[in-house]
Ligand binder design. Structure first.
Ligand code: PAP
Length: 328
């Protein structure tokens, strides 16, 4: 990747200790799309940098009972979920429905700067002290259920998982890559990217294992893992917020508050804010990269019918018998 692009550090392959380098050199490795090289660790494909973040997180992160961890596959609604849950749990501190909503942090700060990304933070600052965050701590991760730090699995902390229809997720990632690294991705054929996606060789992939692990975890332990979807959030945002609030034990959330949260966190509202049009994250990444179309079924303007069928066949095969359905 060119050093002039706005690709965040955690997608780069730099700044590793000898110990991490030794471990990484023992792992299966392949050239990836968007990233130079990917490594398979605990069944998932990662960049060296994200892997370093995951290893540090596994070693150092100590979950607290009151923690809330938002989990997604990349491009499955992370930004939106961060905004919604931040607004929800901080609604007393930062009212969303009164005139003071003019001072709401979400109006002046990108959701990624309000909710720390575990493995990204651990990559950039391995000694970051998460205990300094105010309670309840709200964080997000793309780490698979299998690779979560032990304390997250064993503590009563809460996990909210958001999944998205794979074709929209793929297309979102495809455009994100083009925006982030236009020079590196210009000549990369979409057919090859679809092939890699369907072989599971994408950042954090296979995507189906990621989704299914959390899906089954939510069925086995519904008090610990709440499973929601991007599509459900689109169709019934208010009802889904109420479901999340109930799961998190947030107490009563009035209809007016729910409506105000829906509005504040809507694609139209967030994407039109200056901080999300012109801003940059500390990593240098432009915040507008997180807002494109925000639609369900938007894959149609990017994927041909035959490429869509390739993904559909993979979905059919991998999710068979799980009870999860991804129509259209
Ligand atoms: P991340 O995993 O890298 O943080 P994430 O936020 O999951 O990215 O993905 C961005 C997608 O969410 C974009 O989808 P698109 O490419 O299909 O358009 C983006 O537009 C969408 N998105 C961001 N904010 C919102 C929102 N408030 N409501 C609905 N969709 C949103």
């Amino acid at each position: 990747m060119s050093s002039s692009s706005s690709v965040p550090d955690y997608l780069r392959d730099e700044n590793l200790t000898q110990k991490t380098k030794d471990l990484i050199s023992s792992l299966p490795s392949e050239k990836g799309w968007l990233v130079c090289q990917m490594y398979q660790f605990q069944g998932r494909w990662h960049t060296q940098a994200l892997l370093k973040g995951i290893l540090t997180c596994q070693k150092q992160f100590e979950a607290k009972d009151s923690d809330i961890i938002l989990v997604t596959n990349p491009k499955s609604g992370t930004t939106w979920l961060k905004a919604l849950v931040f607004a929800l749990i901080n609604r007393h501190k930062f009212p969303v429905y009164s005139s003071s909503s003019g001072e709401h942090p979400l109006l002046v700060t990108n959701p990624h700067s309000l909710v720390p990304f575990l493995e990204g933070v651990y990559y950039e600052s391995p000694d970051f002290d998460f205990s300094q965050l105010s309670s309840p701590r709200l964080m997000n991760t793309h780490i698979s259920h299998l690779s979560l730090p032990e304390s997250v699995k064993s503590s009563p902390c809460k996990i909210v998982y958001c999944c998205r229809k794979p074709k929209d997720m793929f297309v979102s990632l495809w455009h994100f890559g083009k925006k982030l690294a236009p020079e590196e991705t210009a000549d990369y054929p979409i057919e090859k990217a679809v092939e890699a996606f369907c072989q599971g060789k994408f950042i954090g992939g296979p995507f189906w294992d990621h989704v299914l692990e959390y899906w089954y975890a939510s069925l086995e332990n519904p008090n610990k893992v709440l499973f929601v979807s991007y599509e459900e959030l689109k169709k019934k945002t208010g009802d889904t917020i109420k479901r999340i609030a109930e799961f998190l034990g947030c107490g009563f959330v009035g209809e007016e508050e729910v409506r105000a949260i829906v509005k504040l966190c809507s694609f139209e509202s967030l994407s039109s804010l200056e901080v999300n049009r012109e801003g940059k994250l500390p990593s240098g990444m432009e915040t507008r990269a997180f807002f494109r179309k925000g639609e369900v079924g938007g894959w149609r303007d990017t994927l041909t019918e035959s490429l869509a069928e390739v993904i559909d066949r993979t979905i059919e095969e991998k999710f068979q018998g799980s009870g999860l359905k991804f129509s259209c």
